[in-house]
Design a protein around this ligand. Structure first.
Ligand code: GLN
Length: 435
């Protein structure tokens, strides 16, 4: 009821939710209440309220991916992550705004209008999971689900001052997620603190036979580190910093990251300086792969089965990706663009894993610049520049998270932590210790 009343007061101006089903949520809550009163066993998410990004299938909600293409498409089944939530007695309250088909970093490309940043009114909340981050930041839910292809969970978490986690590729099922770029996409939780993230991961990380890229992995108990004190979680850990990452970042943002590094040292962690020579390669590699995979993913939106023909109704950025993806994947160009992008990707993956070989974590800013004012006109390359520090984790398939590091004149700034594949727990431990 509290969340619903905040939504009633604030959603009109923030536009975090595209659809809310308060009655259904209250019904679910009552059922759980009854179970508790009857002394029945309840699930691990019992009573927690979830907001779901508009590109994850939830039965009977409009799953539009914030595009006119799918404005009348109702989720016809529950994605595996939704079943995971419902099976553990979590409550689904509604569907959140996003960039059209998750292709963006500002949530301005939504067909349903942009979302305001609750922590810095008038500025973008980041994207593409801007509605999910804004819902968490304005206390409209406990946990929100986002998807992260090149930063879309971490970037809006950073701009809105919340916590967001992109798990290892394959750790969380993608079944029921509308693809942006299938070899990079990953679903994950956003929350107001590290315990929300721990609780979210504990129920979301499962093997799913319905997703052929799902990992078979006996992941650890993500709730365990909540019992430890900060020193126990950080002492003796090696945390790398990379000069090439701070070189591309606004100095004020670097200043806040430095404060987090001091805290790591105070808690007994060791800071190690490392080099990464491929920063310039990251955005071109990411976008070439994204264009081609997105072009392929959108061929089903031809106006016959799902909604309208995408090219007839989509926005500028989505059309750019479809046209570029179709162009560069032509057979005669594949050696020139796509194959080279795949080679560059494997180079980036190898090099980042080499860095991670000698350390526990890499710490960096999440986003290199502060969020712009809603409506400011940015060139595509200026918009893509937001992503330079987040795309690496997706290209390499490694886990990465963003937590609030502080703020610059009231505008939140995030600290990003990255680890080796399947070392998601190490990131969570550091987040818990540094919070
Ligand atoms: N901003 C990046 C892009 O536009 C990342 C998007 C995402 O992670 N979904 O592709």
């Amino acid at each position: 009821e509290d969340f619903i009343s905040v939504i009633e007061k604030k959603n009109e101006s923030i536009n975090a939710f595209l659809e809310v089903d308060g009655d259904n949520a209250l019904n679910q809550a009552e059922k759980i209440d009854k179970k508790i009163k009857n002394g029945e066993k309840v699930g691990a998410l019992s009573g927690l309220v979830f907001a779901i990004k508009a590109n994850i299938n939830v039965e009977d909600f409009v799953i539009s991916a914030a595009s006119k293409t799918l404005e009348n498409y109702y989720g016809s089944y529950n994605a595996t992550v939704i079943d995971n939530i419902l099976n553990e007695d979590g409550i689904i309250l509604g569907i959140t705004n996003m960039d059209e088909f998750a292709a963006g970093s500002s949530t301005e490309s939504s067909y349903f209008g942009s979302t305001d940043n609750p922590a810095a009114t008038g500025r973008i909340p980041g994207g593409s999971s801007g509605g999910s981050a804004a819902a968490v930041a304005s206390l409209m839910c406990d946990i929100a689900l986002g998807s992260d292809t090149g930063g879309s969970i971490r970037n809006p978490s950073s701009h809105c001052g919340v916590f967001g986690f992109k798990p290892t590729y394959g750790a969380v099922s993608r079944q029921g997620l509308l693809d942006l770029s299938m070899s990079l996409d990953q679903i994950g939780p956003l929350g107001a603190d590290s315990s929300a993230i721990a609780i979210g991961l504990n129920s979301l990380v499962t093997n799913d036979p319905k997703d052929c890229t799902s990992l078979k992995w006996n992941s650890s108990d993500f709730l365990k580190p909540l019992e430890n004190n900060p020193e126990e979680l950080i002492e003796g850990k090696k945390i790398a910093v990379v000069k090439e990452f701070s070189d591309v970042t606004d100095d004020k943002i670097n200043g806040l990251v430095d404060k987090s590094l001091e805290k790591i040292e105070d808690l007994g962690g060791e800071i190690i300086n490392l080099k990464f020579d491929y920063v310039d390669l990251c955005l071109p590699t990411y976008y070439l792969i994204n264009y081609v995979e997105f072009f392929s993913a959108t061929r089903k939106y031809d106006g016959r089965k799902y909604g309208y023909k995408i090219e007839d109704v989509c926005g500028e950025e989505v059309l750019r990706r479809i046209e570029m993806g179709s162009y560069i994947s032509q057979q005669e160009f594949s050696g020139k663009y796509y194959k080279r992008a795949l080679q560059a990707r494997s180079l980036i993956r190898t090099e980042i894993n080499k860095l991670l070989d000698g350390v526990d974590l890499i710490a960096s800013p999440t986003v290199p610049k502060l969020p712009h004012k809603i409506g400011d006109k940015l060139e595509p390359m200026e918009m893509y520049a937001y992503d330079v520090l987040t795309v690496i984790a997706n290209l390499a398939g490694i886990p990465a998270a963003s937590m609030k590091a502080g703020d610059v004149n009231g505008i939140p700034v995030g600290l990003q932590l990255q680890a080796k594949p399947k070392e998601d727990l190490k990131i969570l431990e550091a987040m818990i210790a540094l919070e």
